[in-house]
Design a protein around this ligand. Structure first.
Ligand code: FE2
Ligand code: FE2
Length: 176
């Protein structure tokens, strides 16, 4: 029968080495610096999305804007939760979450587009969600089985972004 585990003595010895790496062991199968860089890109994207949704929440005006404004706030709060999940994972991996407002927009995939028009707000948010969906899907494909925990975090966020995109589309369709 093939052995699938390292023998127990080697396993114990390895675990004792480099203990300051915390959860990152020899079994880590991804390119750690690139994973941290990728997570910081996602973090910047989430912060930009948090702020855009929040601006839209406060600026949404006009007939039937109330439920839309409420949804913008809910999405803003969820984007903040995504940012927190990513920042926590970056720290677990020994990296530093980059939250310096300088350069944040440059690192993000999504755009900060304020608007005064409700339909335009919804469209911009839908575009941003579609950008997030594409980039999370690519990240998940790239990470493969090299880092299952990071992958799970990304998959969890992706599922929520798909719901967000669907919410925005539902508002657009109700508009006609
Ligand atoms: Fe998000
Ligand atoms: Fe989203």
């Amino acid at each position: 029968m093939p052995e699938f585990l390292t023998d127990v003595h080697a396993l114990r010895a390895k675990a004792r080495r480099d203990i300051t790496d915390g959860p990152v062991t020899d079994a880590y199968g991804a390119d750690l610096p690139r994973v941290i860089e990728m997570l910081n890109t996602a973090l910047a994207t989430e912060v930009v999305c948090t702020l855009r949704y929040r601006q839209h929440h406060f600026m949404a005006k006009g007939m039937n804007s109330e439920p839309v404004a409420q949804e913008f706030l809910e999405h803003s709060n969820e984007e903040q939760q995504h940012a927190d999940l990513l920042a926590a994972r970056i720290v677990q991996l020994g990296g530093t979450p980059e939250l310096d407002p300088n350069g944040l927009v440059g690192r993000a995939h999504s755009e900060y587009i304020p608007s005064r028009d409700l339909t335009q707000m919804i469209e911009e948010n839908l575009v941003a969600e579609r950008i997030a969906i594409t980039s999370y899907t690519e990240m998940i494909g790239w990470i493969g089985s090299g880092d299952p925990t990071t992958r799970r975090v990304l998959e969890q966020i992706l599922a929520r972004e798909e719901e967000h995109a669907d919410d925005m589309l539902t508002f657009l369709e109700a508009d006609h």
